[in-house]
Design a protein around this ligand. Structure first.
Ligand code: BTN
Length: 267
């Protein structure tokens, strides 16, 4: 596929958000190392990053979970990080990645992307391929509470060169029935995330649990959970609890897992 680079229309994104949710403060960059690293730098120098959304057309050092790179096609992805300051301590943020996943799905569905699923804890999937990912990082605030950096990457239109750089099954919004512009979709996701943060601050993950389960790609499937390259548990994925922990039915009972990588087991 020969796709041309088209930069985000910053004026359009800023104008849309000003109309629908002026609390979100978008800042659009052409290229940046990582939108999450930029927010972290601002947080460390004590800037107010609450509801500041750093958006980019491309990242030169995009980061995924577990130290992996996040690869994008310049102009063919949605890449942003949203800052949030909250009275919740870091240990109460466990289910936030999952709640954010629901917000991303809801916004993508509203833009016509049918059948988008979630894989615990942070993958956004379409047709069993990775469409996007969520990276939630937090810093404890000296006065209490947390500064949260919520990074989201979604493939919009991949090309062969980008696919060749990723050692995993990936897909893009163009494959999903999505109709829209990157600007409108970004605005939709940011607004949905803002609503999610408000609700999460009041009630945690519990109100999002049913919506998350309804979209869980591996619900009732036999899975293996790996951490640091080795299997730490195996069993049937029977759901998540109100803290966002994965519940696994194993031969010796139900196990509750707080982190790990999930893969489908054959058979
Ligand atoms: C994952 O699935 O491993 C999470 C990927 C998160 C990628 C996004 S892209 C915007 C933000 N900036 C980064 O460097 N990473 C996140």
């Amino acid at each position: 596929m020969n796709l041309h680079f088209i930069a985000l229309d910053a004026g359009c994104l800023v104008g849309t958000l000003r109309d629908v949710n002026p609390r979100i403060r978008p800042e659009v960059h052409g290229a940046i190392d990582s939108t999450s690293d930029e927010l972290r730098r601002r947080a460390v120098r004590d800037d107010d990053i609450d509801r500041l959304a750093i958006v980019a057309d491309t990242q030169t050092a995009g980061r995924g979970r577990q130290g992996r790179d996040w690869v994008d096609r310049p102009g063919g992805s949605l890449l942003f990080s949203l800052g949030w300051t909250t009275a919740l301590a870091p240990e109460h943020l466990a289910g936030l990645t999952l709640a954010a996943g629901v917000a991303v799905c809801v916004a993508l569905e509203a833009a016509g992307a049918d059948g988008v699923k979630l894989k615990w804890p942070n993958d956004v999937l379409y047709a069993h391929r990775k469409l996007g990912g969520i990276l939630v990082e937090s810093l404890a605030r000296p006065a209490g509470g947390s500064t949260v950096i919520l990074g989201v990457g979604i493939n919009v239109a991949l090309d062969a060169a980008t696919r060749g750089r990723v050692d995993a099954a990936i897909t893009d919004l163009d494959a999903t029935g999505w109709r829209g512009t990157r600007e409108a979709t970004l605005a939709g996701i940011l607004c949905e995330l803002d609503r999610t943060l408000e609700r999460f601050a009041e009630a945690g993950f519990a109100p999002f649990r049913a919506a998350w389960l309804a979209r869980h790609a591996l619900q009732q499937r036999n899975v293996s959970v790996r951490s640091a390259g080795r299997e730490v548990a195996a069993g049937r994925a029977i759901g998540v609890d109100d803290q966002g922990a994965l519940l696994l039915q194993t031969p010796t009972g139900i196990r509750r897992l707080l982190s790990g990588e999930l893969t489908l087991r054959p058979g």
